[in-house]
Design a protein around this ligand. Structure first.
Ligand code: DX5
Ligand code: ZN
Length: 208
C-alpha cells in the first residue's frame, strides 16, 4: 500500500516535513482550502511554496477550492505527482483535468462522502486518480465515516468495469484500524494518525 501523509494538523510544518522526509512515506498530501468550497482557508501560495524546501518527496495536491484553474498553474511549479480537485466543482471539469495534464502532472478527482460514485463516470477516461473522501472535507482529525467502506468498493468496481487506469486514494480518518476498511484502494492518505505520533515511521509501517 502506498502512503500519502497530510500535514494539515501539524503545529510545526517545517519540523514535521523534515521528519516525514526521513521516513519512506510515498507522498506528501497537500490540502488547499479557499474558505469558499470549505469554510477553512490555508495560507496563500506565496507562503505555502516556501515550506516545500523542507521535503524532496513528491506532492499529492488536494484542492478543496471552488476554482481549481487558479491554483493548478501554481502547484504545477512544485515537485508534484498528482493534482486533484473536486467533482462537485461542476464547471469546466474536463478543461481543468486537461490543464493539469498539460504540465505533465497526473490528474485526479475527489468525491465528498455524499456525492454518488456515478458522477465520476464521464471523466473516467481522463483520470489518473480518484480521491475518495472518508470524512467531510475541511479539517483534519475527524472520524472515518463507516459508509466509506462500501464507497471504496463501489469505486473499485467502477474502475475495473471501465478498465480505468485511475488509482484509488482514500482520505480522512485513516489509522491502523480504519485502513482495513479500505483494502481495495491503492493509496491511503493519513494526517493526524502520523503527525500527532512519536514515531512517524512506525505509524507509516502500521498503515502499509
Ligand atoms: C480533510 C483533508 C484530509 C485530512 C486528513 O479535509 O482533506 O487530507 O487532512 O487528515 P486526518 O487523517 O487527520 O483525517
Ligand atoms: Zn486531503
Amino acid at each position: 500500500m502506498r502512503i500519502s501523509a497530510s500535514f494539515l494538523s501539524s503545529s510545526n510544518i517545517p519540523v514535521d516535513l523534515k521528519k516525514l522526509n526521513e521516513t519512506d512515506v510515498d507522498y506528501i498530501h497537500v490540502d488547499i482550502m479557499d474558505g469558499k468550497f470549505v469554510p477553512n482557508k490555508t495560507m496563500p501560495f506565496s507562503e505555502m511554496k516556501n515550506i516545500y524546501k523542507y521535503t524532496n518527496k513528491r506532492l499529492d495536491v488536494h484542492l478543496m477550492v471552488e476554482n481549481p484553474k487558479k491554483y493548478i498553474p501554481l502547484y504545477a511549479e512544485l515537485n508534484t505527482e498528482f493534482i486533484t480537485f473536486h467533482v462537485e466543482t461542476m464547471d469546466n471539469i474536463e478543461e481543468n483535468l486537461e490543464l493539469i495534464k498539460s504540465y505533465g502532472i497526473k490528474c485526479g478527482l475527489a468525491i465528498k462522502p455524499s456525492t454518488p460514485v456515478k458522477s465520476l463516470v464521464p471523466y473516467l477516461p481522463l483520470l489518473d486518480l480518484i480521491l475518495v473522501m472518508s470524512v467531510e472535507p475541511g479539517k483534519g482529525g475527524q472520524s472515518f465515516i463507516l459508509e466509506s467502506q462500501d464507497k471504496v468498493k463501489e469505486v473499485r468496481h467502477l474502475v475495473n468495469a471501465y478498465h480505468s487506469k485511475a488509482l484509488i486514494n482514500v482520505d480522512g480518518g485513516i489509522d491502523a484500524t480504519t485502513k482495513d476498511k479500505c483494502q481495495e484502494c491503492d493509496i491511503l492518505t493519513s494526517g493526524s494518525y502520523i503527525i500527532k505520533s512519536e514515531s512517524f515511521q512506525e505509524q507509516i509501517n502500521n498503515l502499509r
